[in-house]
Design a binder for this molecule. Structure first.
Ligand SMILES: *Cc1c(COP(=O)(O)O)cnc(C)c1O
Length: 394
C-alpha cells in the first residue's frame, strides 16, 4: 500500500506563507483531506478545448468505467457541479416523463431524491425507514408487488446522514428479478465499496469527485448502461443537466459542453492514479476499514456509543451519540477538537443529539489515533465524565 507521505512544501498567498497539509484533517464525508500531489496538480492552468485536457477527460472516463468493471456495455459521463447536480441530472435523464420511481429513504439523501422528483415532476412512491433503519430487500419486493407501475428504484448506497451501508446487493437482486431499473446514489461509497456491474447491473450510478476517490469538489460522474444513455434522449427538463446531451457531446468532441472545472478535473486524475497505486477499490476499502475499526473501538473504549449495530456500520462515516452529560456542548466540543487539528461533523438524527466522524480522505491509522486522543482530551477539558447517550434512545 502506498502511504500518502507529505513532503514539506510551502506556498504563499496574500494571507501569508503556509505549509501544504498544515490545516486540520477533515473527518467529514467530503470535501475531505486530499493528498499533497492532488493539491499540487491544481497549480497549472488548462485550456478546456486543448488536446491535453481532452486526454485527461477521456482517461478519467475510462478509468471510472473500469472501476465498476463496466466493459463495453457501460459508459461514464462527467457533470459539472456538486454531487446533487449529478443525482438530479440522473433522475431527470433516466426516468422518462411517464416513468414512476420507488425511492428508498433512510436519511437525508434519500429524502433529497424525493424532493428532486417533486421539482422535476416525476411520479414516485417511497419506502421511508426513518433516520437509520435499512430498507430490506423483502419489503422492497413487497412494495414493488403492490405498485406494478413502478419502472425505476432509487437507492442510496451509503446513507451518509447516518453512515449506514444499505444492503445494495439484495435490493439489486429484487429489482432486477422483477425486470426493473436501478439507479444508485453511491456518492459516498463508490471507489471504496466494490460495485461491479456483473453483480449489480445498475441502470445508472452516481458519485462525485470529492468523496472516496479523494479529489476536490467541482463535478460529479454518472456511470450508466449505454442503452440507458441512448434512451435518455429528450427526458431531461434541464439543458445544463441533460446527461444524454453531455454524453453525445463528450463522445463527439472530447470536451465538456460548458466550462469544466479544469483544475478540479486534473486533480481528480491525480487522485485516480493514487487510488490505483493504493490497490484500487480493495486497497482503499482496507485503509478505510482500518480507520473505522480504530475509531469505533477507541471511541467505545472511551464510553461513546455508535448509533448503528456493527452489521450496518460503513467504512465511510460513523455516527456517535452525544454524551448525556450536562457539561457536553457540541459547539464547544467541535472547537476543542478543531484546536487539536481535526474537523468533525454534526449529526442529522431526529432521535437524539449526535455527531459524525468520517474515515475517508487521505487519513490513516496514525491520524485516527490522533482523533481519539483529541476526543479524550477535549472531553476532559470540558469536564465531561459520562460518555454514554441518554437511556432509551434506540
Ligand atoms: C455527498 C453526498 C451527496 C451529494 O452532496 P453534495 O453536497 O451535492 O455534493 C449525495 N448523496 C450522498 C449519499 C452523499 O453522501
Amino acid at each position: 500500500m502506498t502511504k500518502h507521505t507529505a513532503t514539506p512544501m510551502e506556498y504563499s498567498t496574500s494571507e501569508g506563507v503556509f505549509q501544504i497539509g498544515s490545516e486540520p484533517h477533515l473527518l467529514t464525508p467530503g470535501p475531505l483531506t486530499t493528498a499533497p500531489s492532488t493539491k499540487a496538480a491544481m497549480l497549472k492552468d488548462w485550456g478546456s478545448w486543448d488536446g491535453e485536457f481532452k486526454a485527461v477527460t477521456a482517461e478519467i472516463r475510462s478509468r471510472l468505467v473500469a472501476m465498476c468493471n463496466g466493459g463495453d456495455d457501460y459508459d461514464c459521463v462527467l457533470m459539472q457541479g456538486s454531487g446533487t447536480f449529478s443525482v438530479e441530472a440522473a433522475l431527470a435523464s433516466f426516468i422518462p416523463k411517464d416513468g414512476k420511481a420507488l425511492i428508498l429513504m433512510n436519511g437525508a439523501y434519500g429524502a433529497r431524491s424525493a424532493k428532486t422528483l417533486d421539482y422535476i415532476g416525476r411520479d414516485y412512491v417511497t419506502l421511508d425507514k426513518g433516520d437509520y433503519m435499512p430498507p430490506m430487500p423483502e419489503e422492497v419486493d413487497a412494495l414493488l408487488a403492490e405498485n406494478p407501475d413502478v419502472t425505476h428504484v432509487v437507492v442510496v448506497h451509503c446513507e451518509t446522514s447516518s453512515g449506514i451501508l444499505n444492503p445494495l446487493k439484495g435490493i439489486s437482486d429484487v429489482v432486477h428479478g422483477r425486470g426493473l431499473k436501478l439507479i444508485v446514489d453511491s456518492m459516498s461509497a463508490f471507489g471504496a465499496v466494490p460495485v461491479e456491474v456483473q453483480e449489480i447491473p445498475f441502470e445508472a450510478l452516481v458519485s462525485s469527485a470529492n468523496k472516496c476517490i479523494e479529489g476536490v469538489p467541482g463535478f460529479g460522474f454518472i456511470l450508466a448502461k449505454k442503452t440507458a444513455l441512448e434512451a435518455a434522449k429528450g427526458n431531461s427538463h434541464s439543458l445544463s443537466l441533460d446527461i444524454h446531451d453531455q454524453w453525445i457531446y463528450m463522445n463527439n468532441t472530447g470536451q465538456w459542453r460548458f466550462t469544466p472545472p479544469t483544475h478540479t478535473v486534473v486533480a481528480f486524475l491525480e487522485a485516480l492514479r493514487l487510488h490505483e497505486a493504493e490497490g484500487g477499490v480493495q486497497g482503499r476499502l482496507a485503509r478505510y476499514t482500518e480507520n473505522r475499526d480504530i475509531l469505533v473501538s477507541g471511541m467505545r473504549g472511551l464510553g461513546f456509543e455508535t448509533l448503528l449495530e456493527d452489521e450496518w456500520l460503513s467504512p465511510i462515516i460513523t455516527t456517535f451519540f452525544s454524551p448525556n452529560d450536562p457539561k457536553f456542548d457540541f459547539t464547544q466540543f467541535y472547537e476543542e477538537i478543531k484546536s487539536r487539528g481535526f474537523i468533525i461533523y454534526p449529526g442529522k438524527l431526529t432521535v437524539a443529539d449526535s455527531f459524525r466522524v468520517g474515515c475517508i480522505g487521505a487519513l490513516d491509522a496514525t491520524v485516527m489515533r490522533g482523533v481519539l486522543k483529541a476526543m479524550k482530551d477535549s472531553c476532559e477539558h470540558m469536564g465531561v465524565i459520562n460518555f454514554g447517550p441518554p437511556d432509551g434512545v434506540r
